[in-house]
Write a protein that binds this ligand. Structure first.
Ligand SMILES: [Zn+2]
Length: 433
C-alpha cells in the first residue's frame, strides 16, 4: 500500500517521452526477498498505471502473478472506457515477497484501483517448491485451526482496536471460515494474515502469529519425508465386509488424487465407514504417495486410470501398454498392491485396450454425475439420488471442491436409502460380474 504514495506516476511519465509502456528492473527492498522486481508504467488519455511485480524464475508462480496483474489491468481498462477525466483513473500494483525456507515462497500483491472511487485489495500466493504447487490454509494447518484463528483474530484486534471491533463486518469476517483467513504469507518465523480494506475494518489490517505460538495447529516441516513405504512393510488392506444380498453401489473418483480434495472425500468415507474406488492418474499418484497409502489402509480400492489421460483408442498397442504399465507400477511401488481394475480415460475402449489391461478388469460406469461440468454439489447429489439403483457404478472426479462436497452429502444419504458403499471389485464379486 505504501509504494503507490512514493511512486509518482506523473513524474515518471514525463521521463518516458511519450512511450506508453516500459519495463525495467528495480532494486529490491527488504520486504522483497524473492525474485527481481519488474516495473511497468504507462498512460492512456484518461488513466495511468504503475505495476511492480516480482519475477521469481518459477514458471508456475510467475505465470500466476502475471495473470493476476494482467487480468486486473484488463478489467480496469474496461471500466475506464467511459471515463472522461484526463489521466485521473489509476491502476497500481505493488508487492512484497517472503522466503520461509527453501521450500515455501510467499507473494503479497497490493492492487489499488482508482476510478470513480478507490478500491484496494490484497492478494497472496504461497508456493510450495517441493511439491511444486500453490498451497492454502488446509495444507499447513491442522486440527480445528479455523476456530483457533478466529479466537486469535478476535483477541488480537480487540486489544489493538477496541473501537473499530464494534463494526458489523468485524464479527462476520473474523469468524471461523476459510475465506476469512485465505490471504496469508509465510515469513521465516511467523505467518501473517492480511485483511483487505473494507473487509474487517475500513483500513487494511494484518495479524501475525509466531509458528511457535501455534504449533498445535501448524505443520510446516521443511524436511523431505520418505515418499515410499519400505519394501518389507506390506500395507494391510483394510477391506470392509459386505452383505452380498443387500443393495450396493460403487462410488468411483477419477483423475486424482488431488492434493486439495481427495483427502476430504477420504474423510467422508471414513466417517461413514464406507468404501470407494479411486481411479488415479499415474502422473498425479506419484506425487501423492501418502494419499494412496491412506486409500488402501482405509479399505478403498485404487484403480488404474492410465498415466497421462490420453484416449487409449487413439494410441498404438505399445502406447497403450506404456500408459497402463507405468501407472500400474507406480501404484505397486507406493502400496505394494497391483490395481485389479482399469478405467480407460473417457471410457473409451476396444479389444486392444482390454488385452493390454491384462489381469485388470476394464471398468466404465452406469451413472454419470457430470460433476466436472456442473461443479455444483447440489445438482450432483440430486442426480445421484434420482437415478441410483442397486449395482450402480457412479462416476465422479476428486478434482473439484463441489465433488468433495457432494460426496460428503451423498454418502450418508445413500446409506440411509439402504445402499452399501463398496469398491468396484467388491461389487463385481457380489454381483458375479
Ligand atoms: Zn478421467
Amino acid at each position: 500500500m505504501k509504494l503507490k504514495k512514493i511512486v509518482c506516476p506523473f513524474l515518471c511519465l514525463m521521463l518516458l517521452c511519450g512511450c506508453s509502456h516500459v519495463s525495467f528492473k528495480k532494486k529490491n527492498n527488504p520486504n522483497q526477498e524473492v525474485g527481481e522486481s519488474i516495473q511497468e508504467m504507462g498512460f492512456k488519455d484518461h488513466s495511468v498505471y504503475s505495476i511492480l511485480y516480482p519475477k521469481t524464475g518459477i514458471d508456475d508462480l510467475d505465470d500466476k502473478i502475471k495473470a493476476i496483474v494482467e487480468d486486473g489491468h484488463k478489467a480496469f481498462d474496461e471500466k475506464t472506457q467511459a471515463y472522461k477525466e484526463k489521466r485521473k483513473a489509476e491502476y497500481n500494483v505493488s508487492y512484497e515477497s517472503y522466503v520461509k525456507d527453501e521450500r515455501y515462497l510467499s507473494i503479497r500483491l497490493d492492487i489499488y484501483e482508482s476510478i470513480y472511487e478507490n478500491h484496494e485489495e490484497i492478494k497472496t500466493l504461497v508456493y510450495d517448491s517441493k511439491e511444486k504447487r500453490f498451497i492454502g490454509l488446509e495444507d499447513i494447518f491442522q486440527g480445528d485451526y479455523l476456530h483457533a484463528l478466529s479466537n486469535q483474530a478476535q483477541t488480537y484486534f480487540k486489544e489493538r482496536f477496541p473501537q473499530e471491533c464494534n463494526q458489523k463486518n468485524f464479527e462476520l469476517h473474523s469468524s471461523a471460515a476459510v475465506e476469512n483467513f485465505a490471504s496469508f504469507v509465510l515469513k521465516k518465523d511467523r505467518v501473517v494474515f492480511y485483511f483487505s480494506p473494507g473487509y474487517l475494518f475500513d483500513n487494511a489490517a494484518s495479524m501475525e502469529i509466531m509458528y511457535t505460538d501455534f504449533k498445535d495447529y501448524i505443520d510446516l516441516s521443511p524436511e523431505t519425508t520418505s515418499a515410499y513405504v519400505p519394501y518389507d512393510q506390506v500395507l494391510n488392506e483394510n477391506v470392509k465386509p459386505i452383505d452380498p444380498d443387500k443393495p450396493m453401489v460403487a462410488l468411483t473418483f477419477d483423475d486424482g488424487p488431488s492434493p486439495k480434495y481427495t483427502e476430504r472425500i477420504l474423510d467422508a468415507l471414513k466417517e461413514y465407514n464406507a468404501s470407494a474406488t479411486f481411479f488415479v492418474l499415474g502422473s498425479n499418484a506419484e506425487n501423492a504417495p501418502k494419499l494412496l497409502q491412506r486409500m488402501v489402509l482405509e479399505g478403498n480400492e485404487i484403480g488404474n486410470h492410465t498415466y497421462s489421460h490420453k484416449q487409449l483408442t487413439t494410441l498404438s498397442k505399445a502406447g497403450i501398454e506404456e500408459e497402463i504399465k507405468e501407472t500400474k507400477e507406480c501404484i505397486y511401488t507406493i502400496t505394494h498392491i497391483y490395481p485389479h481394475v482399469l478405467r480407460p480415460p473417457y471410457g473409451s475402449k476396444n479389444d486392444t485396450v482390454v488385452k493390454c489391461a491384462e489381469d485388470a478388469k476394464v471398468v466404465t460406469w452406469s451413472l454419470d454425475t457430470r460433476d466436472w461440468k456442473d461443479r455444483d454439489a447440489k445438482i450432483v447429489v440430486e442426480r445421484i439420488l434420482k437415478d441410483v439403483k442397486d449395482g450402480d457404478i457412479i462416476l465422479m472426479h476428486d478434482l473439484y471442491a463441489s465433488s468433495a462436497q457432494a460426496a460428503a452429502i451423498v454418502i450418508p444419504k445413500l446409506q440411509e436409502m439402504g445402499y452399501q458403499l463398496v469398491t468396484v471389485s467388491q461389487l463385481y464379486e457380489a454381483k458375479g460380474m
